[in-house]
Design a protein around this ligand. Sequence first.
Ligand code: XMP
Length: 311
Amino acid sequence: MFDVKKFIGETEGFLKENLTGTGVVACSGGIDSSLLAVLCSLSVQEKIVAVFVDTGLVRKSDIENIKKFYSAYSINGRVVDYSEKFFQNLAGVTDPEKKRKIIGKTFIQAFEEAAKEIGATFLLQGTIAPDWIESGGGKRETIKSHHNVGGLPENMTLKVIEPLRDLYKDEVKQISTALGIDISRQPFPGPGLAVRIIGEVTREKAELLKKVTEIVEKEVETFPASLGSPWQYFPVLLPLQTTGVHGDKRSYGLTVCLRIFDSVDGMSGTFTKPDWNFLDQLSTRITNEVPQINRVLYDITNKPPATIEWE
Ligand code: XMP
């Protein structure tokens, strides 16, 4: 059995001992970095500033939620808009690993800039075990370079602290529950919508995907029990146009693929088998409300062999 109390006590002690200057806590709004921010605020509150980077690739609700979170836990936090830089750096890039590396580097630039402004010398990240195991930190081969592991430059000026490095998702959830942190929200990857836009990432595509994401999240969250409680649910924007009909005219629109997925820890899992009527309703809403999209697919692949995110 994982000893939650012991972990909290040891981590607080570790932070007090090792955070010898001001630290920036990299907050993504996800449960890992939220837990880290709360642990920091409990032990080294005066020494930390939480920073959420608006990459232009986060959902509308992410920015609202992070502000609520800061205020609920009395965390000294800010949101910095760095979206222009992200879209600039991603222009013309289609390779998933290159995208992730660029995002990782741009994140670091954003945090370094924020740290400079704040006068911080430490960067605290909520990296957990699956992040580095899947990035080749263990014995396995690289599957994907997670942004919060793969993008760190060698000449980094900030000292990095990762107190959650040995935890798995279910342990993060146990600790978070013990601390009263809301864990009901689904995981959202650090690189955000970039790993759900196959091909080149642009602001226009990101805006489109944000709209579809909002519809998918609302529908899943309000649909009756037959869906269970999936681990994750999101659309992926494909670099694929197909023929359709809109009114009495031929259309040539974009395609999204829906991923609704059941998992316990994100390491493996199976696709959710929703009611056909639910998928019908979802597809109709998407094509009605986002006219650029004229085709909706459903991903029926488990992990393995597929990963949950498409990139
Ligand atoms: P995959 O796609 O590897 O995802 O099956 C497993 C879980 O991890 C999330 N994920 C990420 N989380 N940074 C993160 O913080 C990342 O780069 C990243 N990539 C995937 C994914 O959403 C799923 O819950």
